[in-house]
Design a protein around this ligand. Structure first.
Ligand code: FCB
Length: 515
């Protein structure tokens, strides 16, 4: 979860909330519920090169970003968590937890290292990984864009600031065509193993951390632009049209229906869905700022991908033209090719955001909101995110209105000592169970993550794993954390029971400011 709009835009301070305790008699999870973990290619595999003699360099926009020293302590990512070689062992660990699914990425930078030059050995590798997942009893969900791209698509160096994700932008832009080509190249082979596609991961994390936040060495992502409004809007447009093009390609080329339910390719997007709350519910600017943020982060892409309605100045209307606003790469309006390209919704939930409105600071039509700090009255993860399981229930209710099946594509806690992860997990799954009890159609849950991995700008310092990885040891051994027991017990019970609540929910979080 990342909502890293620059300080000019957001004043974040998570408000205190009253958490409704879920009903003790909640009926548990459906019999066919999917239980899994999620990871992303580069975070788990890093730049590991399986065959240095093959003439293909394993280099991506994030490789370049780390080489520039833009990640904490100038860390680089030689092998992530070692997943590239340890995938079968990791799948065995996941199966041991009772998992029946796994979410992972096919890394574009590995498969197409140069434009139209395909590394078929990498395609074959991913096919082996998908087969191994099935062998372990895990039905895979696949992502095609989890922020990492080949350098010919985005090369964030000062010398060569190539960035086709931002520009040109539009329905038939270079980026859209190339992304579709990549998905088409692997669709049939991958499709033999996969029905569920979370095509893109968290567009707004990259839009904000890549184009607005700025700064190598901060929390920024490549390409590291500061307040580049046109770039942000171009990126939004390209990701929308890229998603749709990929979805149409998958529906055409993936003809293998794994589970026999009549659908061979189901398109979804894993989106950052935070509950946006006004820091002061009695302050009009905070209330309107929170509503604006809710529209941008949570709902603007839903309007585009469900109905085809594109809003790039985020004014909740679809009428601005590029002539009206020079920062718009294309006219707003209805684009039929986008409509109906979500078969399900992927929800990534990490915590709430509280918004303080600053009425006079509107820049370039972006909302007049500013970033401050999270509410000290809530407990926090090591990454500084507020912990608020009640907000999870609110977001689930807010997305139920779309009538799409929901999968929780990510939820987890940065917690280097594994002190609070079990409690976080059980509290959040309690909310999920309650939402299902209220009729919200949730089909699966992917915990982020099975093992520690490379946490973007925070490098190896942040740990989200149910299994701890010793990054000092070149063999990257895994050690089971206590929180893995909690997850396994929930899956075994297929419910949050009173026994599980009393076993795992402590009086308070270690980082708690709440009590
Ligand atoms: C999400 C990202 C994921 C991971 C978690 C902690 O925003 O999608 O890759 O970094 O945060």
């Amino acid at each position: 979860m990342r909502v890293l709009l620059p300080c000019l835009f957001l004043l974040v301070a998570c408000p205190s909330t009253v958490e409704e305790p879920p009903p003790a008699e909640a009926p548990g999870f459906p019999d066919d519920f999917l239980w899994g973990t999620a990871s992303a290619a580069w975070q788990a595999e890093g730049d590991y090169d399986p065959d240095p003699s093959d003439g293909f360099a394993v280099r991506s926009n994030w490789t370049v970003w780390t080489e520039r020293g833009c990640v904490i302590d100038a860390q680089t990512n030689p092998a992530g968590a070692g997943f590239y070689t340890k995938y079968a062992d990791d799948f065995a660990l996941a199966a041991g937890l009772g998992n029946n699914t796994v979410r992972l990425t096919i890394d574009w930078a590995r498969v197409e290292p140069e434009n139209d030059v395909w590394n078929e050995a990498e395609v074959a590798h991913y096919v082996e990984v998908l087969q191994a997942a099935h062998d372990a009893g895990l039905t895979p969900m696949v992502t095609f864009w989890h922020w990492v791209m080949p350098t010919w698509v985005q090369n964030p160096t000062e010398v060569d600031p190539l960035d086709t994700l931002a520009a040109p932008a539009g329905p038939d832009s270079f980026w859209v065509q190339e992304f579709e080509e990549f998905v088409r190249h692997v669709a049939a082979e991958v499709g033999e193993y996969v029905d569920l596609y979370s095509i893109l991961n968290e567009p707004f994390s990259v839009i904000s951390a890549g184009y607005l936040l700025g700064g190598c060495g901060s929390e920024a992502f490549p390409p590291g632009r500061t307040l580049d409004l046109r770039g942000a809007r171009g990126t939004a447009a390209n990701l929308l049209f890229g998603h749709a093009a990929a979805c149409h390609a998958l529906r055409e080329l993936d003809v293998t229906d794994i589970d026999g339910d009549g659908s061979a390719a189901l398109c979804g997007m894993a989106a950052t869905n935070n509950v946006m709350r006004p820091a002061d519910a009695y302050n009009d600017d905070d209330v309107s700022g929170a509503a604006k943020m809710d529209w941008i982060y949570n709902h603007s892409f839903m309007a585009a991908l469900m109905d085809g309605d594109v809003d790039l100045d985020f004014d909740q209307a679809f009428t601005t033209t590029a002539a009206d606003n020079p920062d718009l790469p294309i006219d707003e309006g209805r684009y039929p090719q986008l409509a109906g390209t979500l078969d399900w919704h992927g929800l990534n939930y990490y915590g709430p955001i509280s918004v303080v409105g600053l009425p006079a600071s509107s820049i370039g039509g972006l909302p007049s909101i500013d970033v401050a700090d999270y509410d000290p009255s809530l407990p926090h993860s090591s990454l500084g995110f507020a912990i608020d399981a009640g907000g999870f229930g609110e977001v689930l209710d807010a997305f139920a209105v779309y009538g799409l099946p929901i999968y929780i594509t990510e939820n987890g806690l940065g917690d280097p000592e594994d002190a609070d992860r079990a409690m976080f997990l059980v509290e959040h799954l309690d909310q999920l169970q309650a939402a299902i009890g209220r009729g919200v159609d949730v089909r699966g849950y992917y915990h982020w993550s099975l093992t520690d991995n490379f946490e973007w700008a925070h490098g190896f310092h942040q740990r989200f794993g149910l299994y701890r990885v010793d990054f000092e040891d070149p063999a990257l051994p895994r050690t089971r954390n206590g929180s893995a027991d909690a997850y396994q017990q929930v899956i075994e019970a297929n419910a949050i029971t009173d026994d599980l609540r009393s076993a795992w929910i402590k009086e308070r979080y270690s980082s708690d400011g709440r009590l």
